[in-house]
Design a protein around this ligand. Structure first.
Ligand SMILES: [Zn+2]
Ligand SMILES: [Zn+2]
Length: 239
């Protein structure tokens, strides 16, 4: 938990170190025993550089800066950046608390992302198909066919199918449920499925499982997860 003291100390150190010390894409973390939050900066080699603001405030040499590869079109990352960079002034303690919880949840979700090196290699070979029908079990069927995303985003692999399902349920499922309620066709965005007609979300689930080997949650499992989330939110609000 971030205390007021730590936040004030962080702000004053940031000021003393100058604007150079924090950049878009940095992650601000409070380590268990640290007296001041640290800035974690993703580096080019997919490692994190630990930037201790205190070192910078003391005027010590800091390693040369490497441009981070930050892509805000991943919904979880865009939301996390929004929470970290745009803090409304008039938030109540409870709202601040909820934002912190959300930031931690988002960070944990983002940790599930693994860059798909294999797909990048395939994509660079003009003879290979970067988007085959058989997907990796950790990829998102919706992002996979989304031509507005970069190749890397489309081929993203989560660390586990359950992480991918969290992402799918939080970002894509509601639109599909709405389409079903309105009697519209449910679309599989995969470029090889343009002629596939699906009428319900369950059809879609069956389709992605049989054609793309992706096992999404069943509607029962989705309802159970929603009930758990609701219960958790209520207990946070009352506690
Ligand atoms: Zn997705
Ligand atoms: Zn499909």
């Amino acid at each position: 938990m971030v205390g007021r003291e730590q936040v004030e100390r962080f702000c004053s150190l940031t000021e003393r170190a100058g604007l150079e010390s924090v950049r878009i894409g940095d992650e601000v973390w409070v380590l268990a025993s640290a007296s001041v939050p640290c800035v974690l900066r993703p580096s080019g080699e997919k490692q994190y550089r630990l930037w201790a603001l205190e070192r910078q405030a003391r005027g010590e040499e800091i390693d040369e800066y490497m441009e981070p590869a930050i892509d805000l079109s991943i919904p979880e990352r865009a939301r996390l950046a929004e929470i970290l960079c745009h803090q409304p002034k008039d938030l109540s303690d409870e709202q601040m608390f909820q934002r912190r919880i959300e930031a931690i949840d988002l960070y944990m979700a983002l940790r599930g992302f693994i860059k798909p090196e294999v797909e990048f290699e395939l994509a660079s070979d003009p003879l290979s198909d970067p988007f085959p029908l058989l997907m990796n079990e950790n990829q998102c069927p919706e992002c996979f066919g989304d031509e507005l995303l970069t190749l890397g985003e489309r081929a993203f692999r989560y660390s586990l199918p359950t992480k991918r399902n969290d992402h799918f349920d939080d970002h894509h499922l509601e639109a599909k449920e709405r389409a079903e309620q309105l009697g519209q066709l449910i679309i599989c965005k995969h470029e090889k499925c343009k002629d596939v007609k699906l009428y319900t979300v369950d059809h879609f689930r069956n389709h992605v499982e049989s054609v793309h080997t992706i096992a999404l949650r069943t509607s029962d499992q989705v309802q159970q997860r929603r009930a758990r989330k609701l219960k958790l939110r209520r207990s946070r609000n009352s506690g």
